[in-house]
Write a new protein. Structure first.
Length: 148
């Protein structure tokens, strides 16, 4: 039974990786053609359509990247992917790296640091934290709190 589960899990991981790569290739081509199209003289309506396509393509690209990251997480055994990290140091570094952008957009981070500063987390989770913080400041609000 456990062998069947592991085999099914391996097949699922392979399928996710394959789908992710299969989606990335045409999306890259679409982005390239959109860049070419945006350089052409277009009517106002056509420019509006191209802008809509650009936004939808960005969303699809983000979803595909998330799917790819998920497939990477699945492919690395958890014990190998864990590392001891200082959560506060990660947050401080990320916020410091974004300070100029935050200030330019008049965003004041509302941060409450946790008492427990060390945790064993997957490297990919650290990368995702950076990505989520990046998306949050672009949205205009960055709040980090310890769960109660």
């Amino acid at each position: 039974m456990q062998h069947c589960f592991k085999q099914g899990n391996t097949q699922l991981q392979a399928a996710i990786t394959s789908i992710s790569h299969d989606l990335r290739t045409p999306l890259t081509a679409i982005c390239g053609y959109l860049e070419l199209l945006e350089k052409e003289p277009l009517s106002a309506v056509s420019r509006q359509y191209v802008a809509i396509i650009r936004e939808r393509t960005k969303v699809m690209t983000q979803l595909t990247e998330e799917l790819f990251r998920y497939s990477v997480v699945l492919s690395v055994p958890l014990a190998q992917s864990l590392q001891e990290v200082s959560v506060n140091r990660i947050l401080e570094g990320s916020i410091a790296a974004m300070y100029a952008v935050l200030k330019r957009h008049r965003i004041t981070p509302d941060i409450t640091m946790t008492d427990r500063t060390w945790a064993f987390i997957a490297r990919t989770l650290v990368e995702q934290m950076h990505g989520q913080m990046n998306a949050a400041y672009k949205a205009g609000r960055l709040v980090i709190r310890r769960p109660i």
